[in-house]
Ligand binder design. Structure first.
Ligand code: PGA
Length: 245
């Protein structure tokens, strides 16, 4: 049976180019080569050219953790989606909660980035999710609806819309959301996508590790995972994959 999930690694602001190269070489030795196209690495900017070189002899997916919505110009410090494509990237993260919270990215900005990625034939992995207080007030659905409405309404996707539900309260705290909470959100996002005539690829992220991934993988309709901390060591990441096969 082929691996039925998309496994995305978000390295965040970790790994220099040498560490990235060593990691990727270990991964390509560990993983079955015909499964590597289901694995996507989101690297920090300085390591992207290493992934670009290493992917020539391997089939893993890769991309940046953020990009600008313009292809080029006077945007100091930004990543160009056009250059990412030129380097051979396949994906790009957009709207990660750390970008929204720490760098004040709003829904409209995220929408413009998604549009730019589609224009450049890159697959955006669109992160959505609510704060703890928003969940406690019963507003999880409305927050995610607000985050996705413009994107689903304004943008034509050539294929499915890849949405990573990452409740902010579950990120980096060793305790993922409950399967029932993820399932409820998956159904809600599915309905939203259907109402706009879009196909959904639903991922979950937030404290996914090798002890909980099997249980999470049993949630109906889940297509994959976005993994932060548990993706940083190649052997740990491989064990996480092994718990699924
Ligand atoms: P985590 O991070 O797996 O360390 O919780 C996930 C993410 O922020 O994408």
């Amino acid at each position: 049976m082929t691996f039925p999930f998309l496994l995305c690694a978000n390295w965040k602001m970790n790994k220099n180019p040498e560490e990235a190269r060593s990691y990727i070489r270990q991964i390509t030795d560990l993983f079955p080569s015909d499964e590597l196209n289901k694995i996507v690495f989101f690297a920090p900017a300085f390591a992207l050219s290493v992934l670009s070189e290493e992917c020539r002899s391997s089939s893993f997916g890769w991309g940046a953790q953020n990009c600008h919505f313009e292809d080029k110009g006077a945007f100091t410090g930004e990543n160009s989606p056009l250059v990412l494509k030129h380097m051979g990237a396949t994906h790009c993260l957009v709207g990660h909660s750390e970008r929204r919270q720490l760098f004040f990215e709003d829904d409209l900005l995220v929408q413009k980035k998604v549009k730019a990625l589609i224009k450049n034939n890159l697959q955006p992995v669109i992160c959505v999710g609510e704060h703890k207080e928003e969940r406690e007030k019963g507003n999880s659905f409305s927050v995610v609806e607000r985050q996705l409405a413009g994107i689903l309404k304004q943008i034509d996707f050539p294929d499915s819309v890849c949405i990573a539900y990452e409740p902010i309260w579950a990120i980096g705290n060793h305790q993922p959301a409950q399967p029932s909470q993820i399932d409820d959100m998956r159904k809600h996002v599915q309905e939203m996508c259907e109402s706009f005539g879009k196909k959904l690829c639903f991922l979950y992220g937030g404290s996914v590790n090798r002890s909980n991934i099997k249980e999470l993988s049993q949630i109906a309709g889940i297509k994959g995972f976005l993994v932060g901390g548990a993706s940083l060591d190649p052997h740990d990441f491989f064990k996480l994959y092994c718990s699924l096969v």
